[in-house]
Design a protein around this ligand. Sequence first.
Ligand code: ZN
Length: 195
Amino acid sequence: MKFCSQCGALVSRRTPAGDTHERYVCDACQTIHYQNPKMVVGCIPEWEDQILLCRRAIEPRHGFWTLPAGFMELRETTAQAAAREALEEANASIEIGDLHTLYNLPHIDQVYLIYRGRLLSLDYAPGEESLEVQLFREADIPWEQIAFPAVAYALQHYFSDRRLGQYSLHHGVHNASQPYELGNRSTQISKQQTK
Ligand code: ZN
């Protein structure tokens, strides 16, 4: 941030009186511009023993597979955001169920919330941000081509819960100093689980 969105003057980094963090503060009107993490909200759309994935038509991770998910909008609930993203990315009508995954990415200031969701019909199609949309059985999940660690984390726990016959909320933290080897790790877990 360079300029104040209130008055257009320059901003500088400083810790306001009584605050604990450095903020962008306007040098002219003294407005404090708070910045906070963003919520990325999505769902795992279920149809019988399959789940719906979208192949991304946009960067980052163009061409990789993901769950329908995106940034929460103002004035909506997390469940509304999850349903809206499924509609936008997959033209899919979803009944949002229980929260399944909460995944923190502190190095990029994002928090993922992934719900389970019931796909209400097979009437789905790629939205603007998707190249294709497809149902997958567990054995066919393209683990090597999953777009994001949060999505891999949610899917791994989803399938292991399903095998146990009991779903619970999973809480994960991405460790940026230990790069997540998405393909390798997923493949290992997937192989262990299918033994
Ligand atoms: Zn200002």
